[in-house]
Design a protein around this ligand. Structure first.
Ligand code: ZN
Length: 477
């Protein structure tokens, strides 16, 4: 990236990560319908930089890049806006940052000092990670090593996941890092130390825990997740605090690695670090939020990596509630390039389920569960349908109005009308109004759904006269 820029690299990366190259380019060109594959974020158009009749201008969402095979113009979203609007770099950054909902960094007198601060914080976090990793293979790592062995995570994988251990001692990390020249103030700002409220000396935040390095989109350590090694100690998982380099709501665990794998795997959004590691070792692209409910920013990140991520939650009540919350959060954001599927694990499994399943049955069973994921529409319907018995007209009307309220949260008009059709279809089927037409059956696994052509779906739909009615009514509403 531009070395003369007054913005720091992390901020520019953040803007690019939150910007859709296809949205940006799509404002200037008309996509070629035959050559483009919207579901894959792979789009073609006639080049805006040279004159041509057949499209040789290519934009790929997962790469965040455009390229013209005719004239050779290429670049990222910044380049495209600069070249088409003829404005300067700073202005482009400002424009795209605003669209992405990011606040511009303050470029005041202390910006140089602040850049220095960020560098010092990142250095402290990297040094801490190394110390945790080293401790894991020494005497103090014995309990942690046993736990990892039980979980089937081989020592050759520890460094790539940044797995380590924090010895159970008040000043273990603080002593080592200050001896290496780090300032206590920086260690506090990095979220590695905790300052007692009574004003006493700061001490190690992580003590006696299995450590998981949390990385940013570029693979740099920005925080830690920490699991207790003593089941009597609460909380079971302790996550690093918000800092100037770590925002919980905007970080997905293992995002960089998962993004690189989404050509060969659906993107799975799991619940915990151990789930993600087990899934990744089994060959899947997997991420997890930071021990909190999924945020809009995290969903946007997931969609930058894959157009239809699969939420993989426990099949128990808590898992279903978590899935329902995630769907709520997603509805206003869903669109043609932003889908969502839900895979609920079989009920009755213990916590730490996914890695248990992989260990006992191998990746094949997980693959089955992921491929059987329901589209969010079916999940929405089933959730509302299960609310109360539908024995009276009143109860049926109640179901209809709840579903309508949910559908109204979808802002993308094309998607909304498709969901309306499907939900009406499911309602009629559920109320026994007509025998299940072909189009009312489940729309299959995510993989099947991806390969199903829109034309094929349309043919299925018009095969039923009653569906024609529904479509007609819908077009008028
Ligand atoms: Zn061109």
């Amino acid at each position: 990236m531009r070395s003369m820029s007054k913005f720091d690299r992390a901020f520019l990366d953040q803007v690019l990560q939150r910007t859709s190259i296809i949205d940006v380019v799509g404002r200037k060109v008309t996509w070629d319908k035959r050559k483009s594959q919207p579901a894959r974020g792979d789009m073609w158009a006639c080049c805006p930089f040279h004159s041509e009749k057949s499209p040789s201008f290519h934009a790929v969402e997962s790469k965040g890049q455009f390229h013209c095979f005719g004239c050779g113009e290429h670049g990222n979203a910044f380049d495209f806006v600069m070249k088409t609007q003829n404005i300067g770099f700073s202005e482009v950054v400002e424009q795209l940052a605003q669209t992405a909902g990011l606040e511009m960094p303050k470029l005041s007198r202390d910006s140089v000092e602040k850049a220095g601060k960020t560098t010092r914080i990142m250095a402290a976090l990297a040094a801490a990670r190394q110390l945790f990793e080293e401790a894991l293979i020494k005497d103090e790592g014995k309990i942690a090593r046993n736990y990892l062995q039980k979980r089937g995570i081989d020592s050759k994988h520890w460094p790539e996941f940044g797995i380590g251990v924090s010895p159970n001692s008040r000043n273990w990390l603080k002593d080592r890092l200050t001896a290496a020249g780090h300032l206590v103030e920086d260690l506090l700002d990095a979220g590695l130390l905790r300052a007692p409220e009574d004003g006493g000396a700061p001490y190690d935040l992580y003590r006696g825990r299995l450590m998981f390095a949390i990385e940013d989109g570029a693979g740099k350590t920005i925080s830690f997740g920490a699991r207790t090694l003593n089941d009597d100690v609460q909380p079971k998982y302790l996550n690093g605090p918000e800092t100037s380099v770590f925002s919980k709501s905007y970080t997905l665990y293992r995002y960089k690695s998962a993004r690189a794998k989404t050509k060969k795997s659906p993107l799975i959004i799991a619940e915990g670090y151990m789930d993600v590691i087990a899934l990744e070792l089994a060959g899947f692209a997997a991420v997890a939020p930071m021990g909190t409910a999924l945020t809009a920013d995290q969903l946007n990140l997931a969609w930058r990596a894959h157009p239809r991520p699969v939420l993989c939650f426990d099949g128990d009540e808590a898992g279903q509630r978590a899935a329902a919350r995630a769907v709520d959060r997603a509805l206003p954001l869903l669109g043609a390039l932003r889908g969502l599927a839900i895979a609920l694990l079989p009920k009755g499994q213990d916590p730490d389920d996914i890695d248990d399943i992989i260990k006992s049955s191998g990746p094949a069973q997980i693959k089955q569960i992921i491929e059987a994921a329901q589209d969010f529409t079916k999940f929405l319907f089933d959730t509302e349908f299960a609310q109360e018995p539908l024995e009276t007209a009143q109860a049926k009307a109640g179901l209809k109005s709840r579903l309508r309220a949910r559908i109204n949260e979808i802002k993308d008009l094309d998607l909304k009308s498709e969901v309306q059709i499907e939900i009406k279809n499911r309602l009629n089927h559920a109320f026994g109004r007509f025998p299940a037409p072909e189009a009312s059956r489940d729309f299959g696994s995510p993989l099947q759904a991806q390969t199903r052509s829109r034309f094929g779906k349309f043919k299925e739909a018009v095969a039923s006269d009653e569906l024609k009615e529904i479509i007609k009514n819908n077009a008028g509403s």
